[in-house]
Each structure stands twice: as structure tokens, then as C-alpha cells.
Design a protein around this ligand. Structure first.
Ligand code: ACO
Length: 261
């Protein structure tokens, strides 16, 4: 297994571990004693992982150590004491939030497929991290909850868009405003999980999924992801044109001309 391209001290401060093994990068939330609560450093370092990811990587697995995927934001960040080592002096403006969102947005890049392996609680920012990934494989003890409104804030870590895309507007509104917990059976029914497995089988189920994805040629996987991601926003005719554009280079024909700006 190759070393991480990032400074180990930065990863440790962020509560993260990164293992890169050829085409697969595994990001572990590694503060199980705090149920993998997330800090500003976590989000900033996640963004740095995205920026420095070796271009050999085709699949990114995001997982959590211990009984819970993530209990969301470290609630001490809302207290005057804060979290040791965390700079809490930055103004909480839109630029600040954009810096946190960057930690999640890259997981949608077409050149990678991101998979969240979720066990136990995935709350608030933890739920949004799972939503930031392309696919979710969950243990049968999973507990998703969007708790932000209970704290007087909105979910702002890029989670509202995928949540609505997956469950629709009324259900997303209900989940956010009740802040209730979604258990495994409902998660599967709503499409929040592609696969539900016994907790002991989570790692092997993810490994099987990774192996299956890696069977597809990299350029085909990237083209497929671009194509599928844009489908909800396209008319049938636009999507048919997109299929043609993606297919011709794969058939050895000329690459599509860049769209006029
Ligand atoms: N921030 C800081 N510390 C946390 C957090 C958190 N979000 N979640 C858990 N911890 C700490 C606990 O304080 C506890 O520390 P201690 O051992 O020093 O007392 C330790 O992690 C273990 O937590 P327990 O509550 O004992 O673990 P349990 O497995 O029983 O419960 C659960 C887990 C349900 C996740 C519970 O800890 C919890 O409700 N946490 C808060 C969740 C939350 O409201 N997050 C904010 C969401 S909003 C957002 O993310 C923007």
C-alpha cells in the first residue's frame, strides 16, 4: 500500500487516514472515540486529498473507524472553548463555508467513483459526506439523520442537492425539518443506500463493488458517469446527443469539439 501524498501530521490533525493502493484510495474517518466528529481541519484536509489525489486513482472509498460513520460536526466548535488545535477565528461567511464544501464537492468528479461505506450513525455533516459520494453501501445498523435544523442551521455541506435528487423534495423537506432518523430498511427503500449488508460484511461488500467497477475501462467509466450525472437535467433529445458525444471517442472516432462558450 502506497504512502499518502499528504503530510501525516495534517491527516492526523484532521482525524483522517488516507491509504492509496493503485487505483483505490481509502479515506478513513479516524476519531472513533469522538464518533468521527468532523472539524474545520477535516473538511480542509478532505479538499487537499481531492487536490493531491494521484491520477492512478479511480475509486475512492470513504469509511469510518469504530461504531459510527460520523456524528457530524464536532459540537465543541460551537462552544467558546472550541476544539484544541482548531482555528475558530475565521468569520463564518460564505467564503468560509465554500472552503468547507470543497472537502466534499470533488467526490463527484467524473474521473473517480466515490463510495461511502456507512455503519452506525451518519448525522448532519456525516450524512452529507455519505450523500457527497456517488454510491452508498450501508450496514444494517445504519442511522442517517440530518440534524442541522435542530441546531438552528441549514445543511450546508452540499447535501441538500443529492438528498433531493435521491428522495425528492417532499421527503427531503420532511427528513430535514423533523431531523428524524432513517434506518436501514427505509434507507434502501428511499434509495439512500445501493446496498444494505450485515455490519460484519460491510468491508467485503465494498471490496466486491470496487472490484466490479475496476473491471470497466477508466475512460468508459468517466464517460458513463458524466452521462448519467447530466441525465436528470437534460431533455430526452439533449441526453441522446450527450450519448452520441460520449460514444464516438470510445468507438475510436474524433473527440467532440469543445462547446462554444
Ligand atoms: N461532537 C463532539 N463530540 C462528539 C460528537 C460530536 N458531534 N458526537 C459524539 N461525541 C463524543 C461524545 O461527547 C463522547 O465523548 P466522551 O466519551 O468524552 O463523553 C464520545 O464521542 C462518544 O459519544 P457517545 O454519545 O457516548 O456515543 P454513542 O455511540 O452512545 O452515541 C451518537 C453516538 C448518537 C452519535 C451521539 O454521540 C450523538 O448524538 N452525537 C451528537 C450528534 C450531533 O448532534 N451532531 C451534530 C449534527 S449537525 C452537523 O453536523 C452540522
Amino acid at each position: 500500500m502506497a504512502d499518502s501524498p499528504l503530510d501525516p501530521a495534517e491527516l492526523q490533525r484532521a482525524g483522517l487516514r488516507l491509504d492509496v493502493d493503485g487505483a483505490v484510495a481509502t479515506i478513513s474517518l479516524a476519531r472513533p472515540e469522538r464518533r468521527n466528529a468532523l472539524t474545520f481541519s477535516t473538511w480542509h484536509t478532505l479538499a487537499r486529498i481531492g487536490e493531491t489525489l494521484p491520477d492512478t486513482v479511480r475509486v475512492v472509498v470513504v469509511r469510518g473507524d469504530g461504531p459510527s460513520f460520523s456524528a457530524g460536526i464536532d459540537l465543541r466548535l460551537f462552544s467558546p472553548e472550541g476544539v484544541p488545535g482548531e482555528d475558530t477565528s475565521a468569520p463564518r461567511d460564505e467564503a468560509f463555508i465554500a472552503g468547507l464544501q470543497a472537502g466534499y464537492l470533488w467526490l463527484r468528479r467524473p474521473d473517480i467513483v466515490s463510495i461511502a461505506a456507512v455503519q452506525g450513525h451518519a448525522i448532519g455533516g456525516g450524512f452529507q459526506l455519505a450523500l457527497a459520494c456517488d454510491l452508498r453501501v450501508v450496514a444494517d445498523d445504519v442511522k442517517f439523520a440530518m440534524k442541522e435544523p435542530a441546531l438552528g442551521i441549514v445543511p450546508d455541506l452540499t447535501g441538500t442537492k443529492p438528498l433531493v435528487d435521491i428522495v425528492g423534495v417532499p421527503r427531503a423537506l420532511e427528513l430535514c425539518l423533523t431531523t428524524r432518523t432513517v434506518f436501514a430498511e427505509e434507507a434502501a427503500r428511499l434509495g439512500l443506500a445501493e446496498l444494505v449488508v450485515p455490519a460484519a460484511e460491510l468491508d467485503s461488500a465494498v471490496a466486491d463493488l470496487v472490484a466490479a467497477i475496476l473491471q470497466v475501462r477508466p475512460e468508459t467509466a468517466a464517460a458513463t458517469k458524466r452521462l448519467i450525472r447530466q441525465a436528470p437535467h437534460n431533455t430526452l433529445e439533449e441526453q441522446a446527443a450527450a450519448e452520441r458525444r460520449e460514444q464516438v471517442p470510445l468507438l475510436g472516432g474524433p473527440a467532440a469539439a469543445p462547446a462554444a462558450s
